[in-house]
Ligand binder design. Structure first.
Ligand code: 13P
Ligand code: SF4
Length: 314
């Protein structure tokens, strides 16, 4: 892009001209969140993708999010700023291995976290997100046998919350499992009154200490609505952008939970979410690519499990 191009002005012109909607997850860069028509958690973003009257969806998030939008709105063009923006959870469950795993439990219902590929969605009965997983499991008969994939940490959390025994696929989010328990302990000693809020993709050792566990939207709501001075936030650092905006003028102190030395950022950053840039967003809008496509036979099966989630979330 030539340096004289005003990216924000061009994005605003192109989205009008092309009747495009820009959807963004809370983990992408703040500059992109500020440009988005809608920012949300995975459930909210799916609901928007299903309902938007736009002709084109530009999804600033990761690949499985663009795929979910295409599964729900096949007649729309769906583009994402960077095709390489994947997800460790989606990568942890290759379709052939998962099909073989599922075949071992023929009388089990397959619940999959939305952080998975279209192929895994097609092999699943119901999709869940971090904001509706407990609610959906509670709607199932008590004796229903369940496979939960691909996030074992979220699965363990949901199993504990609902008292259900579930067969777990052993996947994990590289960002949330990388929160350092030792550094968090030191931080909590420094801020003994701080409330700890955490995403359920974190490991048990973090979740057991948390004062509140929820999806990104739920965490933002909790921090905004709880009359308290200090919060330690155990999830991806992109969430701090909106959280700090909402807390402006309240005197609330918001502290990111520390990551281990593995993370390039002192807090937790998702390398995939950070592949989204304003320049790539502009190019995606301009050239209408990289485009997300899903083979129709897979899409139709995946639609069943995603739509079941939307129905059970009402
Ligand atoms: P939610 O925003 O639905 O809580 O998901 C978090 C996440 O890790 C997305 O990749
Ligand atoms: Fe996947 Fe974790 Fe990144 Fe979310 S934060 S996209 S779950 S790797």
């Amino acid at each position: 892009v030539a340096p004289e191009v005003d990216l924000v002005a061009e994005i605003n012109r192109l989205r009008k001209e092309k009747n495009a909607v820009i959807l963004a997850h809370y983990y992408v860069d703040g500059a992109i969140q500020d440009l988005a028509d809608y920012i949300g958690d995975s459930l909210g973003l799916s609901q928007q993708a299903a309902a938007t009257p736009a002709d084109m969806i530009v999804f600033c998030g990761v690949h499985f999010m663009g795929e979910t939008a295409k599964i729900l709105s096949p007649e729309k063009k769906v583009v994402i700023p960077d095709l390489n923006a994947g997800c460790s959870l989606a990568d942890s469950a290759p379709a052939d291995k998962f099909a073989a795993f599922k075949a071992q439990y023929p009388d089990h219902l397959v619940l999959s976290y939305i952080n998975c590929s279209a192929e895994i969605k097609a092999l699943s009965d119901i999709i869940v997100t971090s904001s509706n997983a407990v609610k959906i499991v509670e709607q199932l008969p008590k004796d229903q046998k369940i496979i939960f994939a691909p996030d074992a940490n979220l699965g363990r959390y949901v199993a504990k919350k609902t008292g259900r025994d579930m067969v777990l696929w052993d996947g994990a989010c590289i960002v949330h499992v990388d929160i350092s328990e030792a550094k968090l302990k030191a931080l909590r000693e420094k801020y003994p009154n701080a409330l700890l809020v955490a995403h359920p993709e974190c490991k048990d050792n973090i979740l057991l200490q948390a004062d509140f566990v929820g999806s990104t939207t739920a965490i933002l709501k909790f921090v905004a609505e709880t009359p308290h001075d200090e919060f330690i936030v155990a999830t991806e650092a992109g969430i701090l952008h909106k959280m700090k905006q909402a807390a402006a003028g309240t005197g609330k102190k918001i502290i990111p939970a520390p990551a281990t030395e593995n993370n390039t950022c002192a807090c937790s950053e998702c390398p995939y979410m950070k592949m989204n840039t304003v320049e790539k967003l502009y190019n995606a809008l301009l050239y209408e690519q990289p485009e997300i496509t899903v083979p129709e036979d897979i899409r139709l099966k995946a639609y069943e499990s995603v739509n079941r989630m939307l129905e059970m979330s009402k």
